[in-house]
Design a protein around this ligand. Structure first.
Ligand SMILES: O=P(O)(O)OC[C@H]1O[C@@H](O)[C@H](O)[C@@H](O)[C@@H]1O
Length: 258
């Protein structure tokens, strides 16, 4: 799994370059972060901080502190907590969009034809029937139809008002990634598929078959902070064993399970 932080802008949803600048900067270790409102039992964590450089303020004229805690739970769960504070001294608010750009390694996103039926090895559950903005169609709004999401071509969608829990079910690997999120109402689902993969310099031609991006995000409505205000966006990722019988998956177990 690969994670990049897209802030203070998701993709082209703003005035900055694609995905903003936070992901391309060197972060410092935050030796003395302000306490978290709720204490976690996780002992394995690192706190990082990003403050704008002079160059950054030329492209985004605001002062901020972006704190990121990366924590590992005892079972291998990964917890990412971002805290962004407006430290402007000129009294000005600022707005930003955000996404945790999480790439998941999956067995095969393509449809396989088995002897008796057509099925996909990889499905996403939790987003069915929701509205989404389609990045491939000028961010037009549509409503998802049907059951869990499967993949047979390029996809680049921003699902809106999503539940706090989303599952990526990998039949072949018998593994489910569970995303739990807080403060991040949207979810981006992205796979470049074959043509775009070939056109991307940092992406292998066939890698689209074995990856899927499902990203906890705040895109449709930008977050606005007045000076002194802080925003928090949290993502928890776990990988749990999953199986299915007779080709049928039990989505309720995945979505309602712990
Ligand atoms: O290659 P990048 O800049 O990390 O972006 C990859 C993709 O990331 C997705 O999150 C976006 O929705 C896509 O539009 C974008 O192409």
């Amino acid at each position: 799994m690969v994670i990049a932080i897209r802030s203070l802008q998701f993709a082209s949803h703003g005035t900055l370059d694609q995905h903003g600048f936070a992901r391309n900067r060197f972060w410092a270790v935050d030796e003395d972060p302000p306490p978290f409102p709720t204490n976690t039992l996780n002992k394995a964590f690192v706190d990082l901080i990003l403050k704008p450089s002079e160059e950054d303020t030329k492209i985004w004229p605001h002062s901020f502190e972006y704190r990121l805690r990366i924590a590992l739970g005892p079972g291998g769960d990964l917890m990412l907590t971002s805290r962004i504070r407006n430290t402007n001294s000129d009294g000005k608010p600022f707005s930003f969009t955000f996404a945790y750009h999480t790439y998941f390694s999956v067995s095969d996103t393509e449809f396989l034809i088995s002897l008796f039926y057509l099925f996909s090895e990889v499905r996403v559950e939790g987003l069915e029937t929701l509205d989404y903005l389609d990045n491939l169609q000028n961010k037009e709004r549509f409503t998802e139809q049907g059951d869990a999401l499967t993949f047979e071509s390029e996809v680049d969608k921003i699902y809106l008002s999503t539940p706090t829990k989303i599952a990526i079910i990998d039949h072949e690997k018998k593994r489910t990634f569970v995303l739990r999120k807080d403060g991040l109402p949207d979810a981006v689902v992205w796979n470049p598929w074959d043509k775009k993969a070939k056109a991307m310099a940092d992406f292998g031609d066939d890698e689209y078959k074995h990856m899927l991006c499902v990203e906890a995000a705040a895109v449709e409505k930008a977050v606005t902070l007045k000076p002194g205000e802080e925003w928090k966006g949290r993502l928890e990722l776990s990988a749990v064993p999953s199986s299915y019988c007779s080709g049928q998956l039990d989505p309720q177990r995945v979505l309602q399970g712990s």
